[in-house]
Design a protein around this ligand. Structure first.
Ligand SMILES: C[C@H](O)[C@H](O)[C@H]1CNC2=NC(N)=NC(=O)C2=N1
Length: 99
C-alpha cells in the first residue's frame, strides 16, 4: 500500500469532527485518536477484538490497544508519518462498525 500522507486542512477537520461525534477523542499533542470500549464480559470484548484485528489486517493498519477483562483501550495513529492519516479514520470506522 502506498505510504499515506498526513491528514490536513478541511479533510482533517471534517474527519475529526465525525470521529468526535462517534465517541473518539483527539489528542492534539500526540496526534492520536482514542476510544475506550466497554463490553458485557471478556468474551464479548475479545470477539470484537478479533473482528477489529481482521479489519486491521485488511487495511494493513494496526491499533495500539490494551484489554482488561471487558474493556479495550484503543489509540490510533500512523507511525510511519507520526500523525493521523486516512487509514486511522478507516480503522476507527471499521472498529465502530464491528461493535
Ligand atoms: C510495512 C507495513 O505496511 C507498515 O509497517 C504498516 C503496518 N501497520 C501500521 N499501523 C500503524 N498504526 N501505523 C503504521 O505506520 C503502520 N505501518
Amino acid at each position: 500500500m502506498a505510504r499515506p500522507s498526513k491528514l490536513a486542512g478541511r479533510a482533517r477537520d471534517e474527519a475529526l469532527e465525525a470521529l468526535k461525534a462517534a465517541g473518539w477523542t483527539h489528542d492534539a499533542g500526540a496526534d492520536t485518536i482514542s476510544r475506550s470500549f466497554r463490553f458485557k464480559d471478556f468474551s464479548a470484548a475479545f470477539g470484537w477484538m478479533t473482528r477489529a484485528a481482521l479489519a486491521a489486517e485488511k487495511l494493513d493498519h494496526h491499533p495500539d490497544w490494551s484489554n482488561v477483562y471487558n474493556r479495550v483501550e484503543v489509540s490510533l495513529t500512523t507511525h510511519d508519518v507520526k500523525g493521523l492519516t486516512e487509514l486511522d479514520v478507516k480503522l476507527a470506522e471499521a472498529m465502530d462498525a464491528a461493535l
